[in-house]
Design a protein around this ligand. Structure first.
Ligand code: SF4
Length: 69
């Protein structure tokens, strides 16, 4: 059981996201909350732009500096 758990938590599917910061995520990288953001969406990597992005929008828009209801 311990070996399986260890295999899961050390798999690259999980560890590859450990060091992703909001500076590497489109839109978030221009947000003033990026170093204190509690967002838990899983970012997707786009190899063309070499950046991460989210499939769903955040309720905050850094460009307009407004929260969307
Ligand atoms: S508040 Fe929204 S846009 Fe800003 S860093 Fe967090 S998830 Fe990104």
């Amino acid at each position: 059981m311990g070996d399986i758990l260890c295999e899961i938590i050390t798999s690259s599917d999980i560890t590859s996201l450990w060091k992703v910061t909001k500076d590497q995520v489109e839109i978030c990288n221009s947000c003033e909350f990026r170093y204190a953001c509690p967002d838990n969406r899983i970012p997707i990597f786009d190899s063309k732009s070499n950046q991460y992005y989210h499939l769903t929008p955040c309720k905050y828009d850094p460009k307009t500096k407004k929260w969307n209801a």
